[in-house]
Structures are given as structure tokens and as C-alpha cells.
Write a protein of this length. Structure first.
Length: 343
């Protein structure tokens, strides 16, 4: 039996994308043990994984901050006698930990992000618009470097079932036979990935006008919660769950949705982990960068062609045009029609 430490900190979406790969590995190699090292608030992603995968939450910004903190973390981890380290992050923190393990005789492999190809994809001039290796494939390649090859096979963290929502009925209610439940997650970490709120409201207004449709709004943070509560008050059959549910409960609810409308964001990946079809909206970023949700089809991605697109891998760069045309030129009807096509 081998014991493997998997390192992946970073944003929600990036960590969520490890789940299909780790589940595929765990089912292919049930004799091996995997320990996932990530931020504490990612624990809910790993509550439904195979029994040979466990989660370890660590705060690398406070409790284990800096070189001294990371070395202290390594000192604790080395006593667990890992046979392999899979660095799925490839940043200074994870590389430092990996280097320490390598010096102690542990076999280490690190993700190759192929940043050169990403630069060509987002270049202002001579852009090379070709699909990049997906994050799922990059994660699997790290395991291959360690000597483990396996097929990527994953449907949902709940298997062929739906998540249990009995304890949140007071929030979400009951779904009748002919009802359609739609999730709407209108926010993302960066402006280059957020469909303008006034246009998004038109989408919510239109979809909520259908008799057999119920909309669930997802978000977090005071400003987002306030916006979503406003929509809940303004339109029928709209329920904001922002700030009301824990991540595990959100995942369970998402598994009961007929479709999720999301940006290129963490919520796109959460819905993907429970096998729910996602209509995703792409602005400054592009599915070609390799961050499309697990099992999602690019035909359900709403995007327009512009010479400057994509300008950013993560959507965090200011718009070079200044108008975010990549998002503003998408019409509400384009999104509404794509959502309706999946109902």
C-alpha cells in the first residue's frame, strides 16, 4: 500500500477540479491511500469521496505562513511517512513543501501548467486560439509521473443518486413532477468573468416568469447576498440561498437542479461535481484554457468571438478596450435560449 500526499491550495474551482481525478485514482487503486492538503474551507468537497481519500485542511496564510511556517508544516507531515507527493498546484508554497519531501527521499511530481502556451492563447497579437490541456488531464499526468496511470471516470460525488436535501426543505421547498429547478450563480471573483448585473437581472426576470420554473440564486458576501435578496423580493418563484446554506448543502441542492447558469466560476465546478448540466458564460476567459467544468459541453458555453478574446487565463486583467464588450455584447436572450434548450 502506498500513501500519497496531494497538494492543492488556491481557489474553489481549482480544488474542485481535483475531485474527479482523485475519485478516478481512488477507484482504480483502492489499495492506496490519498491525503489531500488544501485550505480548511474546501473540506465539503471531499465528504463524499471514496474511503481511501482523506482531507487535511491547513491555513498557509496564518498558522503556517512563510518559510518557517511551511517548514513546520513539513515537519508535521513527514512523520506520516508518505511514499509520494503529487503537487497539483505548482506555486512557491507547494514547491517548497515538495522540495522538502524530495530532500527526505520521497518521490515528487509537479504539475506542468505550460505557461508558454497560455501566453499564446491570451496574446494581444499573433494569438494562437487552440484548446489547451485540461486541468483534469494535467492533474492525471502528475500521477502518471509517479507511476500511476488510470482512466478518468466520474459522474457525481453522489454516484447515481441525488444529494439529501431533507434538512433544507424549509429553504428550498419541494419539487413536483413537472417542475424545473434552475440555479443561477451570477458572480465570479473577477470583473472579466461577470455578466453585467443589469443584464443578468433581465435573464432572471424572464426565466422566473415561467409557471413551472423555480430559480435558486447562489452567491456569497454581503454585497452579493443583498443583490440576490433584492431579486428574490422582486420576482416570483425566485429563492436566494446565498448565506443560508453550507457548501455541502449547496452541493446537495445543485444535484436536484435541471440546469445551472453560472459564470466561469467556482459554482460552475460545484454543479459539475454533482452531474448537473451547466450553461456557462465566458467573457475575458475562454473554455480553451482548460477550465471547463467536468463533463460539461462547450456547446452550452455562451460566448462571442472578439479578436482580443481571451485576454486572460483567470479573468483578473483590466479590459484593454475598457468596455468589457466580451460580456456586454452577449444578449440576455442568448443566455435564456441556451438555458431553455436544456430544460
Amino acid at each position: 500500500m502506498a500513501k500519497i500526499l496531494v497538494i492543492r491550495f488556491s481557489a474553489l474551482g481549482d480544488v474542485a477540479m481535483t475531485v474527479p481525478v482523485l475519485c478516478s485514482f481512488a477507484n482504480s487503486f483502492p489499495q492506496h491511500q490519498v491525503v489531500v492538503l488544501s485550505r480548511p474551507n474546501m473540506a465539503a468537497l471531499f465528504t463524499q469521496v471514496p474511503s481511501n481519500v482523506s482531507f487535511r485542511g491547513v491555513d498557509v496564510k496564518k498558522e503556517y505562513a512563510g518559510i518557517k511556517g511551511l517548514f513546520r508544516l513539513f515537519s508535521l507531515l513527514k512523520h506520516e511517512q508518505f511514499d509520494f507527493v503529487a503537487d497539483l498546484h505548482g506555486v512557491l508554497r507547494s514547491r517548497f513543501l515538495s522540495f522538502c519531501f524530495k530532500l527526505s527521499g520521497v518521490k515528487v511530481a509537479c504539475i506542468d501548467k505550460e505557461r508558454g502556451k497560455r501566453k499564446k492563447l491570451t496574446a494581444v497579437e499573433n494569438k494562437v486560439l487552440t484548446p489547451q490541456t485540461t486541468s483534469f488531464e494535467r492533474y492525471a499526468l502528475v500521477f502518471k509521473q509517479l507511476g500511476f496511470s488510470f482512466p478518468l471516470f466520474f459522474h457525481s460525488i453522489f454516484g447515481n443518486e441525488k444529494g439529501n436535501i431533507e434538512n433544507i426543505r424549509s429553504v428550498v421547498g419541494y419539487k413536483e413532477v413537472h417542475d424545473k429547478w434552475i440555479g443561477v450563480a451570477p458572480f465570479a471573483a473577477h470583473q472579466g468573468k461577470v455578466y453585467p448585473i443589469e443584464l443578468q437581472e433581465q435573464v432572471v426576470r424572464s426565466l422566473s416568469s415561467r409557471e413551472n420554473v423555480k430559480l435558486f440564486l447562489f452567491g456569497g458576501g454581503k454585497k452579493e447576498v443583498a443583490q440576490l435578496e433584492q431579486w428574490q423580493q422582486a420576482y416570483p418563484r425566485v429563492v436566494s440561498v446565498a448565506g443560508k446554506l453550507k457548501m455541502a448543502e449547496e452541493l446537495a441542492l445543485m444535484s436536484h437542479l435541471d440546469v445551472m447558469l453560472a459564470m466561469d466560476s467556482g459554482n460552475m465546478h460545484l454543479a459539475s461535481l454533482v452531474g448537473t448540466p451547466v450553461v456557462s458564460v465566458w467573457g475575458a476567459t475562454h473554455p480553451y484554457a482548460g477550465f471547463m467544468g467536468w463533463g460539461q459541453s462547450e456547446k452550452n458555453a455562451v460566448q462571442i468571438s472578439l479578436p482580443c478574446r481571451p485576454c486572460s487565463i483567470f479573468g483578473n486583467k483590466p479590459c484593454m478596450r475598457g468596455d468589457y464588450a466580451c460580456l456586454r455584447q452577449i444578449t440576455p436572450n442568448q443566455i435564456i435560449e441556451k438555458v431553455e434548450s436544456l430544460l
